[in-house]
Ligand binder design. Structure first.
Ligand SMILES: [Zn+2]
Ligand SMILES: [Zn+2]
Length: 410
């Protein structure tokens, strides 16, 4: 049988003899001294050897770039204590005890922020949380807060559901059923038809004077049941989306400003829901401005042309012309008044100028090219000659510019 592999016996200093006594501390010290001396000698020999001149294209010797032979005047903290090899011959990284972390950031001072316990201060701005009763901070209608027991996803779903319910679309659109045909609506229609037939001489006009029957839940143009329920609730008019697009002269929406300017309606009239109902939309320019109010053109026109307001579209046009004329006249009046003032002012200035000149008496305007004081060509106006006693010359002076000339008198 082959020899079973086994752990070799412990190496002995000398076979067959008992292991020697452990080294005494004195022996250890002497061995270490000898080792260090030999090492120092080896290093000296290495240092004294002249470094070979570098040959181009060859690698430099490690000693040529080693920090151990850096010049003594080099001010380098690392070089101050030359790298020492440890017992394995490796150079340990320099222990840089000169650089230490700042006290404020010492490990024990480390602060860990618990973000779940921190409050969002919104960058220091006031929010609806700080001042819940301040209407100015609501954008249109108050933004509802997420209930704490809901997850974000649930809250998002709930908000979509609410939006749909408000618009009466999606799952909240009233269902179409054959059963609905039997109740209320058809009876209503029958009653209306009967009422229309009872007056044979008159043409059926309908609520808005266009001969269409308004039956709740039915398109007044095509009779479709797929109407816009938001309009049914808001404007009390049944209209389907297709017919809305087909008749923009009836079913387009007007802003409050348009209703006011184009149909000359007043604020109280537009505010009265019983006269003109409206839908509200968030303001497209700024979310925190007042909601946009939208009116249905059919209803606005019906009211504006009714006897309660202007009577007819011709009367409205007349009124419009009248107002335009009045505002134009007002503008013209204002303009002519301004012009008059301006003319007055320039006339006063011209008068002042001519007075300064001294030439013309009164308010005659100075004409172009006339001499203006201190400007233009100067003609000397010589005064009386005065005889200078000392020089015997006569001297005269210009009245205007003060120039003096001497002349000999014969
Ligand atoms: Zn329709
Ligand atoms: Zn002069």
């Amino acid at each position: 049988m082959a020899e079973r592999p086994s752990t070799p016996p412990r190496a002995m200093r000398s076979a067959g003899k008992l292991p020697p006594n452990p080294l005494t501390p004195e022996q250890v010290r002497r061995m270490e001294e000898a080792r260090l001396r030999a090492k120092a000698a080896a290093q000296q020999a290495q240092a004294s050897k002249p470094t070979p001149a570098p040959v181009a294209g060859t690698k430099r010797a490690y000693s040529a770039i080693n920090s151990s032979n850096t010049p003594a005047q080099l001010r380098n903290a690392n070089a101050a204590s030359p790298a020492k090899r440890d017992q394995n011959g490796f150079i340990p990284p320099p222990a840089n005890d000169l650089i230490q972390p700042a006290k404020n950031f010492g490990r024990s001072e480390y602060i860990e922020y618990d973000f779940s316990k921190m409050t969002d201060t919104k960058g220091g701005f006031l929010s609806t949380n700080d001042d819940p009763h301040n209407r100015a901070m609501w954008n249109g209608n108050k933004e509802e807060e997420k209930p704490p027991n809901m997850t974000l996803a649930e809250w998002e779903r709930e908000r979509i559901r609410r939006k749909l319910r408000e618009a009466r679309t999606g799952i909240y659109e009233p269902g179409l059923s054959i059963l609905n045909q039997a109740d209320g609506r058809d009876e209503e229609e029958d009653a209306l038809l009967k009422a229309a037939q009872e007056e044979p001489g008159e043409v059926y006009k309908g609520t808005y004077g266009d001969g269409k029957r308004d039956i709740k839940g039915k398109c007044r143009e095509c009779g479709s049941l797929e109407i816009d329920w938001k309009w049914q609730d808001g404007f009390h008019i049944g209209i389907c989306h297709a017919c809305k697009d087909k008749f923009p002269d009836k079913y387009s929406l007007l802003t409050k400003t348009e209703a006011k300017e184009d149909y000359l309606l007043t604020d109280p009239e537009l505010k009265d829901e019983s006269i003109l109902p409206h839908l509200e939309r968030p303001n497209p320019h700024k979310s925190n401005w007042q909601n946009m109010q939208l009116f249905l053109r059919l209803q606005v026109e019906h009211y504006a042309f009714s006897a309660a307001k202007w009577g007819s579209s011709a009367a409205l046009d007349e009124e419009y012309e009248k107002r335009q004329k009045a505002s134009k006249e007002k503008k013209e009046k204002k303009f002519s008044k301004k012009l008059k003032e301006l003319k007055k002012r320039t006339r006063v200035e011209a008068y002042k100028r001519s007075r300064q000149e001294g030439g013309a008496e009164g308010a005659t305007m100075s004409a172009f090219g006339q001499r203006i004081h201190g400007l233009g060509d100067h003609v000397h106006e010589w005064g009386r000659s005065v005889l200078d006693q000392e020089t015997g010359l006569s001297r005269k002076r210009c009245e205007e510019c003060g120039m003096e000339v001497e002349e000999l008198e014969f």
